[in-house]
Design a protein. Structure first.
Lengths: 778, 161
C-alpha cells in the first residue's frame, strides 16, 4: 500500500496541471437550472399527504374590545376540521419583546390582529368558514402617530406600557453643547421616512406537522432556522428542541423572515388540533397588510460644521412608530446609530431613539436594516452641508471621509477603509464636478426637463454584526469515494447566492469541479448552527467557516498523499481532481483514487471535517460601544436623473456604483446583488410607500404599491474596490445591503441638483415633486 | 357536487383532457390539476406576471383566465420549454447570465422573454423596447438588468443565425 505513490519527483511535462482559480469568475447559481425550468418545488408548491389548509380571520378594526366570537356556523361547514380562537389556546407571549400572542383574546390592537383561524379540506372551504365567523367588538379610541401616542391621556395600546413607550436607545459621545458653541455653522434638518414593504414574490407560507410524539416539523421560509426554533417555541409552549425546521426554496426574503410572525404559530396550533399537516399561505392582499414593513421614522437632526468644511457634531432625535407589537423594526437603532456615528468622521455625536406603541402596523427587518433610514438622512445632510460651506459634494465628502485604521465613536474599526477611493472613482467615472456645476446653471434657465447628478455614500457592517451572543456559522464537509464533496452549512439560501459562493470556496481549496460540490442547508436537524441570513454576513461568516472546513480537509488529503510518497504535504497541491506537485503541476495521484486508498487502506479514514467560525468582533456594551463587526465597508453611488418639471416625474438615467467588496468571489452574484439592491432603493426613493389611513392599509396590491419594473430601471455601471479584507474569506467582505441603502439619497441629491428643491420625505412621487415645483413658482 | 366541464387542449405538445369547475383559473388548473407548479401564484390579480404562459403563441396571465377557456387551444408552460436534450436556449441564457436569484418570478419572466425573442424577427429592438416588453413581470431580486441583457443577447443571436 505504501508503494502506491512510488513516483519520484518529475519534471513538468505535457500532463502538468496549471494552477487555476474560480474566485472572481462568473459562476451561475447551482440551483438556477431547476429554477429556470420550473422544476424547483418552492414551499408554496408543496403538498403533503393528508394536508389541510389553514386560513386566518384578521380583525376589521384597529383598536377594540372583543365582546364575543361565534364560530358555530364555521364549525358546522362540511370540510372544516378545526376553528380556533384566542379563547381556545393558552395566551403564550412571543416576539422580540414578548408583547405578541398568536391569536388575540380580549382586545385587538391593529388591523393585522388575528382573532380566529380555520383548518379545512381546501382553501376555498377555509375561506368560506372564515366568512361565517361572527365577531362582536366594542371600539376603543385609537392612536396612530407616535407624537399623539406620547401625549397625556393618549389611548394605551399595550396595557403593560401605559406611557406607550416601547424601546429606547441612547448613545452619547463628547459634549454636544460645547461642540455646538464652537461650530461655525449649525443647521437643523428634519426627515420623515415612510413605511415600505418587501414584496417577496413568494407570498408568506408555512406548513406545520406534529408527529405522534408531540414533535413539530415546520416547513418554513425562515432565513434564521436555528434561532427561529427558540423564538417559535414560546408561542406554542413546547421545547425549542422539539422543533425541526425544514427550509424548502423560498420566493424572496430580504429580512422579512427574520422573526416569528403570528401566522406561523397559528398554523402550528391548527396542525396540533387536527393532527395532520396544515399549510397556510397569504394572498397578495394579506401579504401587503400583514407582513412586516421597513421601520418608519421621524428625525430631527442638528449638525455642526466649520467654515473649512470639517464636521463638528451630529445630534439626532429619532421617533419611531412601533405599531401595536414589537418585531425587529424598533431595534434598528442598533444599526442606524453606527451610521450616524460612523458615516464620515464626526467627533461628537448624540443619538436618542424612541419607539412608541400605536394602533398602526408593525415593522420588521428589511435589507439595509436601519441604515436605509439613517443614510437617507446623513447622505442628504452631507449634500446640504457642502452647499452651506460653499464646497462641492466631492470635496466636502473627501474632507470628512475617514482614513484606514480610524475607529468610530461607537468602536467600529475601519481597518481597511477605502471610502476616499470610492468617492474619487465615483467622481472620476461620472465627470461629477462638471455635470454638477452645469446642472446648477441650467436649472435657472427655461426648459421642461432638468438634469441632476447626486452623490450618496455610506458605511455598513461587512463582517457580520454581533447582535447575538454568537455571530457564528458551522460547517460539516465530507468527501465521498468519488471525490464528490458535500458541504453541510448552517447558512440559508434565500436566493442571494451563497450556494455558488460556498461551492467556489470548496472548489478553490480542494481542486475539484464546482459541479462536484453539493450544498446541504435546508434542515435544522442536519445543519450546524448559524445565526441567520442578515447583516450582509453570509459570504463573510459562512464563507470563512466553509473555507476553514475545506482547508482542514485539504490538509488531511495532502498529509495522506505525503505519507504515501516521498515528498512533504507542503510540496503538494490539489488541482483538477488530482494531487499534483505544487511547483510544476505534475500529477501524483488522482484524488478519487487517493480517497479510496485512504478509506479502504490499512488505517481506514474518511475525509470529514467540521468547523465553527466565530468572527473576530465584539458585541456592544451597555453604552453601545464595541467593534460589532469584523469588517466594515463603504460605498459611493452617483445618481443621474431627469426631472420633468411639468409632471414632476423623476427618471433615473444612470446609477454608478462604487463599492468596497473586499474581494469579488462570484462576479455574477455580486452584480446581481448590486442591481437588485439598487432597484429596491430606487423604489424607496421614488415610488414605494405602504399608505395607511386610520391604521388601515390603503394600497395592498401591486397596482397601487409601485415597485420598480424593467422600463424604469436605469443604466448601471459598477466598479469594485478590492480592499482584500484580512479577516474575510479569501479577502471578501459582505456586500448586499449597501446597494439597497445608498442610491436613494443619491437620487434625492440629484433631484436637488436638477431643480433646487430638497425633499426630506421620500418617496419623491410625481405628485410630490410637481406640488413642490408649483409651490416654488407661486 | 359542483358542476365540472370537460375540456381538451394541447399542453406542452400533448393532447390533454381535464374536468374543471367553471370558476377555476387556468393557473389553478395547471398547478393543482396537472401538477405543473412552475407557473406561480404571486398576486392573483394579473399585476405581476409570475403566472405567464404562452397560449396560442401569446403570453397570458393565467391567474386571470378561466380554465374552461383553454378548450381547443395550445398551451406552452415553462415545463414544456425543456426537452430531453436539456434546457431551451432562453432558459440556459437566464442561468448563464445570472439573472436568477430566488427565481420565483422567473418561469413567468422566461415565458415573456421567449415571446419577445420569438416575435422580433429583425432583431432590431432596443433595450428600452425590451424593458417595455417585460414591464408586466415583477422581480424583486434581480433589478431586471440581467434579464434585459439575456433578451438582448438572444435577439442578437437569433438575428445572426
Amino acid at each position: 500500500m505504501s508503494a502506491v505513490l512510488d513516483q519520484t519527483i518529475r519534471k513538468s511535462d505535457e500532463n502538468s496541471i496549471a494552477k487555476t482559480t474560480v474566485i472572481g469568475k462568473r459562476i451561475p447559481k447551482p440551483d438556477a437550472p431547476d429554477k429556470a425550468t420550473g422544476r424547483t418545488i418552492y414551499i408554496n408548491d408543496m403538498v403533503l399527504p393528508r394536508m389541510l389548509f389553514g386560513k386566518i380571520l384578521h380583525t376589521d378594526r384597529v383598536h377594540a374590545k372583543i365582546i364575543s366570537i361565534d364560530t358555530s356556523a364555521a364549525k358546522a361547514l362540511a370540510g372544516v376540521y378545526a376553528v380556533i380562537t384566542g379563547d381556545d389556546i393558552p395566551l403564550l407571549k412571543f416576539g422580540t419583546t414578548r408583547d405578541n400572542v398568536p391569536l388575540k383574546a380580549g382586545k385587538v390592537r391593529c388591523t393585522r390582529d388575528e382573532v380566529a383561524a380555520v383548518a379545512a379540506e381546501s382553501e376555498e372551504i377555509a375561506a368560506r368558514a372564515i366568512d361565517l365567523i361572527k365577531v362582536e367588538y366594542e371600539d376603543l379610541p385609537p392612536v396612530f402617530s407616535p407624537t399623539e401616542a406620547l401625549k397625556d391621556g393618549a389611548p394605551v395600546v399595550q396595557e403593560d406600557h401605559p406611557d406607550n413607550h416601547s424601546l429606547y436607545y441612547e448613545f452619547i459621545h463628547g459634549d454636544v453643547a460645547a461642540a455646538e458653541a464652537a461650530s461655525d455653522i449649525v443647521v437643523d434638518h428634519e426627515f420623515d421616512l415612510p413605511y415600505v414593504t418587501h414584496c417577496c414574490m413568494g407570498p408568506s407560507c408555512v406548513i406545520a406537522d406534529f408527529d405522534t410524539n408531540g414533535k413539530l416539523t415546520i416547513y418554513s421560509q425562515t432565513q434564521y432556522p436555528y434561532n427561529f426554533k427558540m423564538d417559535l417555541a414560546p408561542a406554542l409552549g413546547i421545547h425549542p428542541g422539539d422543533i425541526r425546521v425544514i427550509q424548502p426554496p423560498v420566493g424572496g426574503a430580504f429580512g422579512s423572515k427574520l422573526d416569528v410572525y403570528p401566522f406561523e404559530p397559528i398554523c402550528a396550533l391548527l396542525a396540533k388540533e387536527v393532527r395532520r399537516p396544515v399549510k397556510l399561505t397569504f394572498s397578495r392582499e394579506e401579504e401587503f397588510i400583514n407582513s412586516p414593513t421597513r421601520q418608519p421614522a421621524e428625525y430631527k437632526i442638528r449638525s455642526g460644521v466649520n467654515k473649512d468644511g470639517t464636521l463638528t457634531f451630529r445630534k439626532i432625535d429619532c421617533l419611531m412608530n412601533n405599531g401595536a407589537y414589537t418585531s425587529w423594526g424598533p431595534t434598528t437603532p442598533l444599526v442606524q446609530m453606527r451610521t450616524f456615528t460612523g458615516h464620515m468622521r464626526v467627533p461628537v455625536v448624540e443619538y436618542k431613539g424612541l419607539s412608541v406603541y400605536t394602533n398602526s402596523v408593525y415593522a420588521g427587518s428589511f435589507r439595509g436594516y436601519g441604515n436605509v433610514q439613517a443614510t437617507f438622512c446623513t447622505a442628504s445632510i452631507m449634500d446640504m452641508l457642502a452647499e452651506e460651506v460653499g464646497m462641492n459634494p466631492i470635496e466636502f465628502s473627501l474632507k470628512n471621509a475617514q482614513n484606514p485604521g480610524e475607529i468610530t465613536p461607537q468602536g467600529s474599526i475601519l481597518n481597511d477603509c477605502r471610502l476616499k477611493e470610492c468617492i474619487e472613482i465615483a467622481a472620476d467615472k461620472t465627470d461629477f464636478l462638471n455635470k454638477h456645476e452645469a446642472n446648477k446653471v441650467a436649472r435657472k434657465e427655461s426648459g421642461r426637463f432638468k438634469y441632476g447628478i447626486g452623490l450618496g455614500t455610506s458605511i455598513h457592517n461587512a463582517g457580520g454584526a454581533k447582535i447575538h451572543k454568537s455571530d457564528g456559522c458551522g460547517s460539516i464537509l465530507k468527501l465521498d469515494d468519488y471525490a464528490r464533496a458535500t458541504l453541510i452549512t448552517g447558512a440559508s439560501e434565500i436566493g442571494q447566492g451563497i450556494d455558488a459562493v460556498l461551492c467556489q470556496i470548496v472548489t478553490e481549496e480542494l481542486g475539484i469541479p464546482i459541479s462536484d460540490v453539493t450544498i446541504v442547508n435546508n434542515d435544522s436537524a442536519i445543519g450546524p448552527w448559524d445565526v441567520g441570513v442578515h447583516a450582509s454576513r453570509t459570504t463573510f461568516i459562512a464563507g470563512n467557516s466553509a473555507l476553514r472546513a475545506a482547508r482542514a480537509a485539504r490538509k488531511q488529503i495532502l498529509d495522506a498523499a505525503a505519507k504515501q510518497s516521498n515528498v512533504t504535504a507542503e510540496e503538494l497541491d490539489l488541482r483538477q481532481g488530482h494531487v499534483v506537485q505544487a511547483d510544476n503541476g505534475v500529477p501524483v495521484v488522482k484524488l478519487d483514487k487517493l480517497l479510496r486508498q485512504m478509506h479502504f487502506g490499512e488505517e481506514p479514514e474518511l475525509v470529514m471535517t467540521t468547523d465553527y467560525y466565530e468572527p473576530n468582533s465584539e458585541g456592544e456594551d451597555e453604552n453601545h460601544v464595541g467593534s460589532l463587526s469584523a469588517a466594515w465597508a463603504h460605498a459611493a453611488y452617483v445618481a443621474e436623473v431627469e426631472v420633468d418639471t411639468e409632471t414632476g416625474e423623476v427618471r433615473v438615467i444612470k446609477i454608478t456604483a462604487v463599492q468596497d467588496v473586499g474581494r469579488v468571489i462570484n462576479r455574477l452574484g455580486i452584480e446581481g446583488q448590486i442591481e437588485g439592491g439598487i432597484s429596491v432603493s430606487l423604489g424607496y426613493a421614488l415610488s414605494e410607500e405602504v399608505q395607511l389611513a386610520e391604521g388601515k392599509v390603503l394600497n395592498p396590491n401591486f397596482r397601487d404599491y409601485k415597485v420598480f419594473t424593467a422600463p424604469e430601471t436605469p443604466e448601471i455601471e459598477m466598479h469594485f474596490v478590492e480592499s482584500d479584507c484580512k479577516e474575510g474569506p479569501l479577502g471578501a467582505k459582505g456586500i448586499a445591503e449597501l446597494p439597497a441603502i445608498v442610491p436613494a439619497p443619491a437620487v434625492a441629491n440629484a433631484v436637488y441638483n436638477a431643480i433646487g428643491i430638497r425633499f426630506h420625505k421620500p418617496p419623491l412621487t410625481p405628485e410630490k415633486v410637481a406640488r413642490a415645483l408649483y409651490a416654488k413658482q407661486d | 357536487m359542483s358542476l365540472e366541464i370537460e375540456i381538451e387542449f394541447t399542453l406542452n405538445g400533448r393532447l390533454t383532457q381535464v374536468k374543471v369547475p367553471p370558476t377555476m383559473t387556468t393557473l389553478t388548473m395547471l398547478r393543482e390539476e396537472l401538477d405543473l407548479t412552475g407557473s406561480k401564484l404571486a398576486c392573483g390579480e394579473g399585476e405581476c406576471g409570475a403566472c405567464t404562459v404562452l397560449i396560442d403563441d401569446r403570453t397570458i396571465n393565467t391567474c386571470l383566465m378561466f380554465a374552461v377557456d383553454c378548450h381547443g387551444r395550445e398551451l406552452l408552460t415553462i415545463e414544456g420549454m425543456t426537452t430531453a436534450a436539456g434546457l431551451d436556449k432562453v432558459q440556459q441564457a437566464f442561468v448563464d447570465y445570472g439573472a436568477i436569484q430566488c427565481g420565483y418570478c422567473m418561469p413567468g419572466m422566461i415565458m415573456q422573454a421567449k415571446y419577445l425573442i420569438d416575435n422580433n424577427p429583425d432583431g432590431r429592438v432596443s433595450r428600452s423596447d425590451i424593458a417595455r416588453g417585460l414591464e408586466g413581470n415583477i422581480c424583486r431580486c434581480s433589478g431586471y438588468t440581467k434579464v434585459v441583457d439575456v433578451v438582448a443577447a438572444a435577439m442578437l443571436e437569433e438575428n445572426a443565425s
